[in-house]
Write a protein that binds this ligand. Structure first.
Ligand SMILES: C[S@@+](CC[C@H](N)C(=O)[O-])C[C@H]1O[C@@H](n2cnc3c(N)ncnc32)[C@H](O)[C@@H]1O
Length: 313
């Protein structure tokens, strides 16, 4: 453990997050900076991981976005950055596996939702999510994609230049998910009287626990009976792990300063108290259910992650 790790080990968990984080309540970003760059990072992991013949999911659009970002991102895909963190046998292999497994989980969730008759999909923190372009949507589906304006602009530019057409009625909603996004969503045509399938993938750790509660409250208020939500959640990193990451001069240090590494409500329990029923599975258990072996052991970060699906009665 580093010196700072020893110090942090004695701090209450909520202060560990504050110590490491460089976030503020009103901070902003584009696709290349701060939280926005995490959308490129996970898309790069999907692009690289999707090349394996036994990948549980593929996302051809990930390659398109990461190449369009240019610079080191394009170099990474072209094999010109062999020491990139996403290519290391420990972190890189684990992270690629995580991303492809979660892609599969949420793809399956959305396919099931539309099979059950839901026609309104809301992707919170859509980033470079390409599901509106690559899932086989039935007629009448509307996909709302919420993210920060600059992130959506990059996405729009890239897809338009490549001549891509969505397979559903796709509507961008440029918002801050810490603010009044429900009004903006309604303004784009969202109908709270219709059941909705919500998706929250790769978002919650970038919100404070209070902002997460506010987001869950809004989602619950906007959800008609029969709505569903699929959520990726992560337990806080152990204090010494977070402090060691923050102290290192690596991509991990940058990431740990972007997250709120704080205890927060567990999603299944939060929604159960409000009349939703659901289930959760740990990421390693889900990877095993797909017939693969989790890279690394159970001490790894993967075991902190759960995939959750809840349905409103
Ligand atoms: C790790 S990326 C995940 C993107 C996408 N869901 C995926 O899994 O590929 C995190 C995304 O959350 C978005 N995000 C985080 N906090 C947000 C906020 N307060 N308002 C809007 N978007 C936010 C970022 O802009 C970024 O696109």
């Amino acid at each position: 453990m580093t010196d700072s790790g020893r110090l942090v080990g004695y701090l209450p968990a909520n202060q560990v997050g504050r110590l490491a984080s460089m976030r503020t309540d009103e901070d902003s970003w584009d696709i290349n900076t701060g939280v926005g760059s995490t959308a490129l990072f996970v898309a790069a992991a999907r692009a690289l991981g999707g090349r394996a013949h036994d990948a549980p999911a593929t996302d051809p659009f990930a390659e398109l976005f990461v190449s369009a970002a240019g610079g080191e991102w394009a170099d990474l895909l072209a094999g010109r950055v062999p020491d990139h963190p996403l290519l290391t046998p420990d972190f890189g292999a684990q992270f690629q596996q995580h991303q492809l497994a979660r892609t599969r989980y949420f793809d399956d969730y959305l396919r099931t939702a539309v099979t059950s008759g839901i026609r309104q999909i809301v992707i919170l923190a859509a980033g470079l999510d390409s599901r509106a372009y690559r899932l086989p949507w039935p007629d009448g589906v509307t996909v709302y994609e919420l993210d920060r304006p600059s992130v959506l602009e990059f996405k729009h530019r890239t897809l338009t230049s490549a001549g891509k057409q969505p397979l559903a009625d796709r509507r961008e909603v440029a918002v801050d998910l810490r603010g009044d996004w429900p009004n903006a969503l309604r303004g784009r045509g969202f109908d709270a009287a219709q059941p909705t399938a919500w998706l929250i993938e790769g978002l919650l750790i970038y919100l404070t626990p209070a902002a997460q509660d506010q987001l869950f409250d809004a989602l619950n208020t906007l959800s008609a009976s029969g709505s569903r939500a699929a959520i990726e959640q992560m337990d806080p990193l152990p204090a010494d792990t977070a402090a060691a990451l923050a102290a290192d001069d690596t991509a991990g240090a940058e990431w740990v300063r972007l997250i709120y590494n704080e205890p927060r409500d567990e999603a299944t329990a939060w929604f159960a108290e409000r009349g939703w029923t659901g289930e959760r599975i740990s990421l390693p258990a889900y990877i095993r259910a797909l017939g693969s072996v989790p890279v690394g052991d159970d001490e790894h970060r993967q075991s902190l992650i759960d995939l959750v699906t809840v349905v409103k009665s």
